[in-house]
Design a protein around this ligand. Sequence first.
Ligand SMILES: [Zn+2]
Length: 441
Amino acid sequence: MMVLPKINYLFSLIPNKPPAAWFKSLDSNISQFLWKNKPSRISLKTLQKPKNNGGLELPNFYNYFLANRLQYISKWIKPDLLDSPWLDLEQAFCRKTKLSDLPYISSNIKRHDTFKSLSINSSLTAWWEFLKLTQSPLIPCKLTPIWNNPDICQNKKVLNFTSWREKGIKNLEHVIKEGNFITFQELISEYGINNSKFLEYQQLKSIIQERFNPNQLNLEISTWVTEFLNLCAPKLLSKLYKLLLKFDDSISLPIAKWERDLSINQDQSFWTEICSNIFKISKSPNLQLIQYKVLHRVHYTGQRMFQMGLAQSNICTHCTANVTDNYLHAIWDCRPVQMFWHRICTDLSTWLKCCIPTSPRLCILGDISELDANTSHIVLTALCIAKKTILINWKQKKDLHITLYKNLLFDHISLERMSASSKNQLEEFNSLWLPLINSTS
Ligand SMILES: [Zn+2]
């Protein structure tokens, strides 16, 4: 998509957060483009999800905005040489507070001059949103800075014990061990703190215990934040975007309807596999999209048309069963369709010398778990072409005929051969398709 790099370029240059209405209008324009100004049959939110979760990985612009801002947080914490000129500028805004400490300071920082920098302001706001989305409270945590932190003040003044800092005491993890404040003796033996600093020790201990409830001190950081801290260049933006996509790992497919119709009850891994099988079908985007749309049940059936007030009855007119023309009936149970599926599975079993059951799990959902790995790719593709044939005859199911199927199949094989020939991959093409070509000729 050509729009994405252009918008990403703007996000990386302009720190201001665009208003919510701007993101909404962008999404709405994309939906209108995709569905040609008609109502969406699959929500944009679903289309933006990862492919294994029922999406098509369309860009989520809001997440790209967040990822762009989060890049700066990552560079504050792990600066590299090229970043030093602008990091110096931002550090100057923070005065004594270290730039790399800002992510571990609460929103108290809003009252300080640091927050007046537009760039720091928008990066921190994005960071707080990341923490909120991942439900990762960081105040306090083991990396909470002790010095120059507006969360740890005495008489409204931040603490800064220079000699302590020089000895390596910087964060809460250095003074709190297993839920208890470190003893003065441990400080001396572990960090070499001078004996004369007992008063400062008492001062620090009482401030920290007063500020953070010692009984509820959980200094661990969440796995999301740990994952964020582990990300680094190259391709940092893309890694951050993928991390944001991972928050919602639910599968957006009409799973309940499929499970009810096919009398199955499967776990999440089954449906993840079904989603990923879409992209194993063939390199042909046309076939992949057909399988994607079938799984999402986007095609209008007689029942749907009736519900929309566009048909007189919800009863199937393609057979004499006198039943509701719902999605499973239209694509599987309706008599002409059922006969077609039987013929397809019988012919494919003969052509490929294997057993392809006439089962909706395999034919409709694309569950290839019981097929031989060598033939599964070709079977998925051949069954998807069967679905294409059904969809071409969606309104005239009685015209559904094996000849049309064979024509579409051979057209596809010709395309595959041309593509393989142009890439010098004829050998792989032959090993995959020749058994089928030889059996049908
Ligand atoms: Zn029917």
